[in-house]
Ligand binder design. Sequence first.
Ligand code: FES
Ligand code: FES
Length: 160
Amino acid sequence: MKRSIQFNLNGKTQILTVEESRKLLWVIRSDLGLTGCKYGCGRGYCGACTVLVNNRTVRSCIYPISFVDGKEVVTIEGLAKNGKLHPLQKAFVDHDASQCGYCSPGMILTAYTLLLNNKRPSYDEIIHHMDKNLCRCGSHTRIVRAIQAAAREMNTGELR
Ligand code: FES
Ligand code: FES
């Protein structure tokens, strides 16, 4: 059944009339043209489609659009502010944490929620938090280094 859904996407209000079971991934990618979130498994396993809803990660490939009514959605396109990359985005570039880059938006947004709640995560905490995001290129070591660097940057202003 179609219904009107209103939500905030990367700081802008969106009002759509859409099939309520349509998945958030397809609304963002196909209807609204933001292609940062990726289609991987389509079953909630890989994390390539991760976006933030009210600052929590969701797997948008299995998340009905009706669930975002009245909420705030952030995609990778919404992370940079005033033309400046978020420290996580910069650290991913500096540490070559993206090989093909397909997993990177989901990785970065997942790491974002870690640093939101834990400013100084240990190595084990990073591994535990990122465990459900898959990287078929095997960039995990560099991804962890990038997250550590971003945490330092956010705590001290110094990117190492
Ligand atoms: S595409 Fe959504 S979890 Fe894999
Ligand atoms: S960099 Fe290719 S899937 Fe992770």
